[in-house]
Design a protein around this ligand. Sequence first.
Ligand code: RB5
Length: 150
Amino acid sequence: MKVVLGCDHGGINIKNAIIEYLKENNFEYTDFGCYTEESVDYPVYAYKVATAVASSEDTLGILCCGTGIGISMAANKVKGIRAAVCTNEFMAEMTRRHNNANIIAMGGRIIDEATAVKLADIFLNTEFEGDRHTRRVDMITAIEEGTFEL
Ligand code: RB5
């Protein structure tokens, strides 16, 4: 599995902490920036990460901004992306097990660095359960593709 990361200035602290974790645990990763605390526009980094995840079967994404909200909203506009804002361990686990999320979004002004690393660790090491959850995730895809019928 490969990991791709992106952030804006509001999330660079937690992204850098997560990159240290990825290095220590020998993950293959690509960091799409930003690389400084200079103010930038989060949709740029959401788009880079989301398109990389959407075009690869075996890639998960990590996005960080001030809250995790804006960057996840932007990522979720890319077809095939299920980006989930997570603020605790239960959310990070369940969004893989039940939603088959392919991007976790976190907020550098919401959670501390140790929590962000823990959530990334859970997200990257939890599998989708499939079964009834496949039907529900397929419904999300149908909404995205305009084929959903009640
Ligand atoms: C940037 O100031 C901030 O708006 C951004 O990081 C994020 O929190 C948006 O959702």
